[in-house]
Design a protein around this ligand. Structure first.
Ligand SMILES: [Zn+2]
Length: 303
């Protein structure tokens, strides 16, 4: 049993070290929703990770970047206005520190877009039919940019670290009490499932809701009609009848999402009505391949 204990400390001791070093400055409050956020990772570290991940995607030989100005220009136009809105938002400081970059990935089968910590954004051409026009694209990019600005990735990673620490502690206790190692392993697995279901998934829903809410405020301030966000989820609902393969079961139901967005519209429309309007054109027509399956496997998904 000493061998087990030793190997666990040897393997996971660094986590304890990391937590001890950074536990003190761990909490922040979301400036819009006043939700308390637990953050262990320094933002500089997260931004570096975002940049590295972005570089990996761009260098992936399976990833084809769009060279069509009809696809690239609307994305750049919308991104520029969303970034400007972010720089005068409650996330102004982070938005000014981000090294923003936007790319369009030519993949008509993938209804996806993401923004990484540090401001690297990707839009897949497969999401154009959902966005339909530049105002729809603004709602999607507003949502994604909020995930990055609000440090949702850092929060998830912090939760994961703590969960890992908890499991390590439990395993150490079990192994020192002379319990059968197989039993300890089983307990760890059960805890892992419990942690995922009880802690991580509900937080993910909160992140989605937060990104929806602040995202429509950003899009409105960028001069786009925030009501387009509702239309996107109506189109999503229509296109994913039955089992939606692109989505995990943890996503808020489309109906919940539409109801929430509707309840935030008065606030978003008030901002929109006071803002110079952005030019809005239709996005290029994309016909998704019949299989609806993408060969690409990137972690992030628009949701
Ligand atoms: Zn999201």
């Amino acid at each position: 049993m000493h061998v087990y204990l030793h190997s666990f400390i040897h393997q996971y001791g660094w986590i304890v070290g990391v937590l001890l070093l950074v536990f003190l400055p761990g909490c922040e409050t979301n400036p819009y929703t006043h939700r308390s956020q637990f953050l262990l990772m320094p933002t500089g570290y997260m931004n570096e990770m975002g940049a590295a991940q972005y570089g990996e995607v761009l260098q992936d030989p399976k990833v084809v970047l769009s060279k069509d100005p009809k696809e690239i220009e609307p994305v750049k136009r919308v991104a520029a206005r969303i970034i400007e809105a972010a720089k005068r938002s409650k996330y102004a400081q982070a938005a000014r520190e981000f090294k923003w970059e936007v790319t369009v990935i030519k993949d008509d089968a993938t209804k996806n877009a993401w923004a990484l910590p540090g401001g690297k954004i990707a839009v897949y051409t497969g999401i154009f039919p959902m966005a339909k026009n530049e105002a729809g694209l603004a709602a999607i990019m507003g949502h994604e940019v909020v995930h990055a600005l609000a440090q949702h990735g850092g929060e998830r990673m912090s939760q994961g670290l703590v969960a890992q620490l908890g499991m390590t502690a439990a395993a150490i206790v079990l192994s020192t009490q002379g319990t059968n190692p197989a039993l300890g392993e089983l307990a760890m697995q059960a805890m892992g499932i419990g942690v995922q279901a009880g802690v991580l998934l509900p937080f993910s829903r909160k992140h989605e809701s937060e990104a929806d809410y602040i995202g429509v405020l950003l899009a409105a301030d960028a001069g786009y009609d925030p009501r387009e966000a509702i239309h996107i989820w109506e189109r999503m609902a229509a296109s994913s009848q039955g089992a939606p393969p692109e989505f995990l079961s943890t996503h808020p139901a489309h109906e919940t999402r539409i109801a929430d967005l509707t309840s935030w519209m008065p606030e978003a429309l008030e901002i929109y009505n006071q803002t110079p309007k952005a030019p809005v054109s239709e996005l290029p027509m994309i016909t998704p391949p019949p299989s609806q399956k993408s060969a690409l496997k990137t972690g992030a998904r628009f949701r």
